[in-house]
Design a protein around this ligand. Structure first.
Ligand code: C2E
Ligand code: MG
Ligand code: MG
Ligand code: MG
Length: 288
């Protein structure tokens, strides 16, 4: 094994590994340039309620690469995490998301939208993370009650008490937390019970075959029951058909996200069918 051969000896004797390593190095170099050239763009995907009205969005980053065009996060987020560049990228994403919340807060039909932002474990674990959020909220004027941070189960593997303390601190000012890709990770039920969470997101891998695979159907129903008994909200992700939505709805799911309702889109193309806001501007100064 290359690992056994030691750190500074020829590690990439395998041409496939060699190619992968130089691809990663190329992405890393490009990422550094991209951060200073602002080559990233946020796409937004609607999260809807039982009536298909948009109740929020999830911010999903894309890289507008000068040569490769639009690059999906799966291609560069892992490299950004490994290199630590996720700290800068994540900060940019949060800043954009907060700024957008402020814009939406100024219009009656969008002011109640929530903004979900993915936060990688490395980013969340940074000692300065809470301060960053507090500073961004203060500087932008965004309402913390509209900001949802999406964490994944990998975060729960170590320093569990630290994670709880940080979440609690941010929750005390109104920020809420979702556990993303729920069911694909490692969370034990006892961990889940202790976490100051607001919401679970049913991973799209369970939604995809929910109508044809009895195991997936059972998992989806179990997550919904679990969430109900822990008093957590649920969003089903990856809903692509009316059939999937109907099954999940009948199983008690109240919030949905997926191509059936809308793909992630740049701001200019985002069509938000929000619920009519009967209180309108009268209540604009009410922050909750
Ligand atoms: P995620 O947070 O679980 O986001 C949902 C992913 O599912 C998105 O992929 C979205 O485009 C995709 N999706 C939504 N609806 C459907 C559907 O109906 N069918 C299918 N097949 N897919 C659907 P995307 O945008 O490629 O993002 C992939 C992952 O990259 C995200 O998964 C998230 O983990 C990560 N990511 C995206 N933006 C950020 C970010 O700003 N920061 C961090 N740390 N991670 C991010
Ligand atoms: Mg997410
Ligand atoms: Mg997910
Ligand atoms: Mg994910």
């Amino acid at each position: 094994q290359a690992k056994a051969a030691g750190r500074n000896t020829a590690r990439f004797f395998d041409p496939v590994m060699q190619a992968a390593a130089s691809a990663r190095a190329a992405i890393e170099a490009d990422l550094r340039v991209a951060l200073s050239n602002r080559e990233f763009v946020l796409y937004f995907q609607p999260v809807v309620n039982e009536l298909s009205q948009t109740i929020g969005v999830e911010a999903l980053v894309r890289w507008l690469h000068p040569r490769h065009g639009l690059v999906a996060p799966g291609e560069f987020i892992p490299v950004a995490e490994q290199t630590g560049l996720i700290l800068q990228l994540g900060h940019w994403v949060l800043e954009q998301a907060c700024a957008q919340l402020v814009v939406w807060s100024e219009h009656a039909d969008t002011r109640r939208l929530t903004m979900a932002v993915n936060v990688s474990a490395r980013q969340f674990r940074h000692p300065d993370f809470s301060n960053q959020i507090l500073t961004l909220l203060r500087m932008t004027g965004a309402n913390p009650y509209r900001l949802k941070l999406e964490l994944t189960e990998t975060l729960l593997l170590t320093d569990f008490d630290d994670v709880i303390a940080k979440m609690s601190e941010l929750r005390s000012i109104g920020v809420s937390f979702s556990l993303d890709d729920f069911g694909t990770g490692y969370s034990s039920l006892s961990y889940l019970k202790q976490l100051p969470l607001d919401q679970l997101k049913i991973d799209k891998s369970f939604v995809r075959d929910v109508l044809t695979d009895p195991n997936d159907a059972a998992i989806a129903r179990t997550v919904l029951a679990l969430a109900a008994s822990l008093d957590l909200g649920v969003v089903a992700e990856g809903v692509e058909t009316a059939g999937q939505r109907d099954f999940l709805l009948a199983s008690g799911c109240k919030a949905f996200q997926g191509y059936f309702f809308g793909k992630p889109t740049p701001l200019e193309q985002l069509r938000l069918e929000t619920a009519p806001d009967r209180f309108g501007l009268l209540h604009q100064s009410v922050r909750r």
